[in-house]
Each structure stands twice: as C-alpha cells, then as structure tokens.
Design a protein around this ligand. Structure first.
Ligand code: MN
Ligand code: MN
Length: 468
C-alpha cells in the first residue's frame, strides 16, 4: 500500500453525490425531483400539504385509521389532525414493543399571514394588513408576486378555500417597496429596520366604485368582488386563516439544472422525501411511521405542532388497534425502543457568505444527506444532542445502503443557531437525530436545494425504515 492509499484509508473526506452515483441512480433522482416540484406547487400551506399527502397516501393503499378497527402487519393507515398535521404508518411484522421507526418533518413555512381585520383603503388603494409568520428577512417579501391561500367561513358556515395567484391567468398581489431615488433615509438604516413589519401590507385593489356618498370606494369595490366570487363579507375575515406566499412555481436552477429553486423547501423537501420513503416500504419488520407537523417555524407550539399530544395519542391508538389494548407500560416500552429521524433542512455553505460557516463542520450542497448531531445556539442551548451510539447506528445504516451523507453544525460557534422538532421528540424518551437536505437562501421566498441531496434524503428514509 502506498502512503497515498494509506492516507486515504485513514482520513475522512466528504463525497460529491454526482461523482459517486450510477446513471440509473441519476435517472431515478431526476424523476423524483420532477415529482417533487409538482408537490411544492400543490402544497404551499400546511393545509394544502396535508391534502396532497392524503391524495398520495390513498394511491399507495393507505386508509383513514378511523375506518379501521384492527391493525395487523402490512396494514397502511393515516390519521389527520385538524387538517394541518398528519401521521402515516405501515404496521410492522415484529411485536410493536420493539419500537417504531419514525421520520418527522414539518410542513409550515415562513410567510405573511393576514391579520384578523385586514382590509383598509388608503390613497384610493385597497390594502391588506399582515403579520409575518416565522423567521423572515422582511425586505425579501417586498416587490415580488404573491398569492393568497387559505380558508374563510361565510356567515352561514360554508367553508371557502381561497387560492388566488397560482393559475396562469390569476391576478397576483404584492408588497410595494420604496424607489431608490427616495430611499436615502431607508438605505442608511440597519437592515433589520429597513422594512417594518407593520408596513408589509398587501396591494389588493384599485378601481373605485359606488356613489358620491360612499367614502371608501375602492374598499367597497373589492368587498363587492369578494362577495360576488366567494360569498364572503368583511366580518368573515375575523375567523379566517389566510396565508400570503410567493406566487411563482418551483423551477430547475442552473444551466445544468442541478438545483431546485422554490418557496417552502424548508421543510417540504423533507416532508416530500419522507412520504416517498414510507410509500416505498412494504411489510417492514418494525412499524414505519411518518409524521408531518405544523408550527415548527414558531416553536412547535399549538395543537398541530410537535408539542401537541397528537403524536402520542396516535401511537396509543395504533398500539390499541394492534394488540386490543394499550396500557401505559406497553406505550412506554414502544416509545423507549423507538427511533426518530427529525428530518429538517440544514444550512448549506453559501459561496457568497462563507465566513459564517466553519467549513470542516458545515454542509455543502451536493454532498448528500446531512446528519446534525446537535443544533442549538451558543453552548448548544435548546438542542437535542444525539448519542454516539445512535449516530453510529444511523451512519452505519446509511453506509450499508449506499447513501452518501455528511455531517454539519448550523454555522460557526456563536454565529447564531436554531432548533427543530428533535428536542421535543427526545423529550418523549426516544432516540432522535436531525437530518435532512442542505438549503441555500433558507427562509427566503426562493430557497435552493441540490437535486442530489433531495435524492439522498429519500434514500436515507427508505434505508432507515427497512433496516433499523
Ligand atoms: Mn425547518
Ligand atoms: Mn425553518
């Protein structure tokens, strides 16, 4: 053995996926990513993602758990929580006491929500007040085409689904920004103060109608349109949930089409690959579970977030429908023996902003699935730090199944940080590790991923479900 060969054997370096996969794998990757772009376009909100997930699940033979009284090995079921959170399971052949294999992703993304009383008129323009959701850089949401998605109830209780701005001939909406010619004061502000949250107002209309005795003629005109088209009145906004998201579709990025650019890839890239992963599972030994949660971007709170008891209740229901009873001891045994991949995105090293990363411990786009032993901020605060035993176990499964993976932290020490659902899964007393796809421009209206990493995330989840 030459010194060069010995050095290669003794040292570690990451691998570029494109340089390491076969032509057949490349083909599978491209097909997966075509379907992924459609998934992104069909689900820009958590509600739409749940609807899409159910459609896909039914095509793969999953049934609503409420229609099933008993479960046995090989059965496929799903359970929906309040239209925003869903759990899917394929029942394993082993005793459920040996634990489940859980992959959990989130389907909420940063956006602008309409306030409860949003509509007003100013300078002969109709506008909608918003309150942003999740961690956004506010300047990124001005001067781009936006779409309106959500649900609103009419006076007599009819639920109307709004989706305006996605079809070719739909109008779009926007937040206007100041022209540079008059932005002398704005441009010298700190970036965080450049656009104020209270100024993220949506341009909603501009043709006045009505007689001279009506003061707000543009507001009147859009209210009439809303009533004609959807049967709603202004009061109906008080109970509505309406989300403002980028209006553009997912696209291939780069001359070689190596990347995907789209809104909401954090964390729908992991939601999609998790779904594809569980759909690929047939007759597993351990029960395979996929969980898509809401509210991760605001701390996993609320009854559709990871902190809700929905997950525990759904697992108890599954145990009950397999064994005929679910005692607390039995439930505890199942959870203790279970393992979770908290599938969420990582920060890819950005060539324009290399200085925030410590490149020996950062994720690179195109270098595969990224395992994050811990996230957190400062001294790892608010992190679930996966054990050496568990990181080894997962790494070995990935290696044995030809998955290309890397490890990372979220940026340099003391540069910032963040949390995921992992810490809340860990609180249940389950082994859990964060893993997912590296993303560029995370939380922006147009996030970017490498197709090879999307593919390796999918391969990871299949390997985990089939081999742990
Ligand atoms: Mn995320
Ligand atoms: Mn996020």
């Amino acid at each position: 053995m030459t010194d060069k060969e010995l050095f290669e054997e003794l040292s570690y370096s990451r691998k570029n996926v494109y340089e390491s996969i076969s032509d057949n794998e490349k083909q599978e990757m491209l097909e997966l990513c075509d379907e992924y772009r459609e998934f992104l376009d069909a689900g820009k909100t958590e509600r739409e993602c749940v609807e899409r997930s159910v459609q896909m699940a039914k095509l793969h033979g999953f049934a609503d758990i409420d229609t099933v009284s008993q479960l046995k090995a090989g059965d496929k079921v799903y359970k929906i929580n309040r239209n925003k959170n869903i759990l899917l399971a394929v029942i394993g052949s082993e005793d459920i006491k040996s634990g489940i294999n859980l992959v959990g992703a989130h389907i909420d993304s940063p956006r602008l929500d309409l306030k409860q009383n949003p509509l007003y008129e100013s300078n002969d323009m109709a506008l909608l007040k918003t309150h942003y959701y999740g961690g956004i850089k506010k300047y990124q949401w001005t001067a781009i085409p936006l779409a309106i998605h959500g649900v609103i109830f009419t006076r007599d209780g009819k639920k109307v689904k709004l989706n305006i701005g996605e079809k070719e001939n739909d109008p779009v909406f926007c937040v206007t920004d100041l022209l540079p010619h008059l932005a002398k004061d704005q441009m010298t502000k700190k970036m965080i103060d450049g656009i104020e949250g209270e100024n993220l107002n949506i341009l909603f209309g501009g043709i006045p109608i009505g007689g001279s005795d009506i003061k707000e003629k543009v507001k009147f005109s859009v209210l009439r349109l809303l009533n004609e088209k959807y049967g709603i009145t202004e009061k109906d906004f008080l109970s509505a949930e309406i989300e403002i998201v980028p209006a553009f579709k997912a696209k291939n990025v780069g001359l070689d089409e190596g990347f995907i650019g789209a809104y909401g890839q954090d964390d729908r890239v992991c939601a999609f690959t998790t779904l594809k992963g569980i759909f690929a599972v047939q007759n597993p030994k351990k029960t395979a579970v996929a969980l898509l949660v809401d509210k991760e971007e605001i701390g996993s709170t609320g009854n559709t977030g990871m902190l809700s008891a929905f997950f525990e209740m759904a697992i108890a229901e599954i145990i009950d429908k397999i064994t005929g009873k679910c005692s607390i001891t039995e439930y505890n045994t199942v959870i203790t023996n279970s393992a979770c991949l908290s599938s969420d995105v990582g920060a890819a090293v950005d060539p324009n902003y290399e200085s925030v990363s410590e490149k020996r411990n950062a994720a690179f786009a195109g270098y595969g699935m990224v395992l994050m032993k811990y996230t957190g901020a400062r001294g790892k605060s608010e992190s679930s730090d996966a054990s050496a035993e568990f990181v080894y176990e997962i790494g070995k499964i990935l290696d044995d199944n030809g998955v290309i993976w890397q490890t990372s932290e979220l940026g340099k020490v003391d540069q910032g940080g963040g949390g995921t659902i992992a810490q809340y899964v860990a609180n249940l007393n389950m082994d859990v590790i964060d893993c997912g796809v590296p993303v560029l421009s995370m939380h922006s209206p147009f996030e970017v991923t490498a197709k090879s990493d999307v593919y390796m995330a999918y391969r990871s989840y299949v390997a985990f479900y089939n081999n742990r």
